[in-house]
Design a protein around this ligand. Structure first.
Ligand code: A3P
Length: 298
């Protein structure tokens, strides 16, 4: 898939959301039969899976984890893009690579729990779930739909707002994603972190992730991981910012993966009525979930 992500001359496939076992896949990007085989993958104790709903900072974790793996030495990460160092499990063609890859196999996915390898549900390997407040996810995803060629360009923000609430997007319903994963946390070696914590105190989150992975980094090594994972440094680093990903997948004229990187951008987009509606859906959906979010940067 690394080659796939970088190929620029191939014909553009006809990308469409295709429902599969209650979850939307994207034709041309995902193959339902391959996705179904993931649950049978043999898991090693050293495997690590980062789970995110789209636009929650996946690319950020790809950079952080690849740097933790090399003790903060950015020069050791320069030969490959983050998407090659820490690939997606659900992309067409990535199964073969996973099976034969050396340990540790660190991977990312947006998939729902039901598709995941049975081994992780028996406490083999490790799982890091990264959550972001869903209002900022919605805004980030709106922009991403204009930028990513494999996703349908929204008519306007209002249309996308409805689509997101209905879960008619890749990743489906944000509430279902987080609730399902979180409700199974006891079945896995599980670390829960949020995008907002990373914005507020990246150092502490890097430390927590390192300890969870059994890596005892020195303060100097943590400093290097943090430094090379800031928004500014990643935005300037073509290995880390997806600018080298094929224009068949991302229309680089229409946006950037590292767009704004803040908490509270939703305030620039939501109307008062949309905000009230979102809050009431949130309260209803999350009333039994012991999680809270930071909604602005104050
Ligand atoms: P915005 O669109 O709000 O800027 P994903 O990789 O899951 O698609 O998430 C992308 C979002 O994470 C984008 O949000 C992007 O800017 C943000 N992001 C990525 N790296 C970041 C960093 N180092 N600091 C802050 N935000 C970051």
């Amino acid at each position: 898939m690394a080659e796939r992500l970088n190929e620029s001359s191939a014909q553009m496939p006809d990308y469409q959301l295709v429902p599969h076992r209650g979850f939307n896949l994207i034709s041309g990007i995902h193959c339902p039969e391959e996705v179904d085989r993931i649950q049978n993958w043999e898991i090693r104790d050293s495997d690590v899976f980062v789970i995110t709903y789209p636009k929650s900072g996946t690319i950020w974790l790809q950079q952080i984890l690849s740097l933790i793996e090399v003790n903060g030495d950015v020069t050791a990460t320069n030969d490959l893009l983050t998407s090659q160092r820490i690939p997606w499990i659900e992309l067409i063609g990535n199964e073969k690579e996973f099976v034969s890859a050396p340990s540790p196999r660190i991977r990312v996915t947006h998939l729902q729990y039901q598709f995941m390898p049975l081994g992780i549900k028996k406490k083999k390997g490790k799982v890091i779930y990264v959550a972001r407040n869903p209002k900022d996810v919605l805004v980030s995803y709106y922009h991403f739909h204009k930028y990513a060629t494999m996703l349908e360009t929204p008519k306007d923000f209002d249309e996308f707002f409805e689509k997101f609430l209905k879960g008619n997007v890749y990743g489906n319903c944000w509430f279902e994603h987080i609730k399902t994963w979180y409700s199974h946390r006891e079945d896995m070696n599980f670390l829960y972190i949020t995008y907002e914590e990373m914005i507020k105190d990246l150092w502490s989150v890097v430390e927590r992730i390192s300890l969870f992975l059994g890596k005892n980094l020195t303060p100097q090594q943590i400093k290097m991981v943090v430094e090379h994972s800031t928004f500014k440094n990643m935005k300037e680093n073509p290995q880390a910012n997806y600018q080298l990903i094929s224009s068949n997948l991302l229309n680089h004229q229409h946006g950037a993966f590292l767009r704004k990187g803040t908490i509270g951008d939703w305030k620039n987009y939501f109307t008062v009525a949309q905000n009230e509606r979102f809050d009431s859906v949130y309260q209803q959906e999350m009333k039994e979930v012991p999680l809270s979010f930071i909604w602005d940067n104050s």
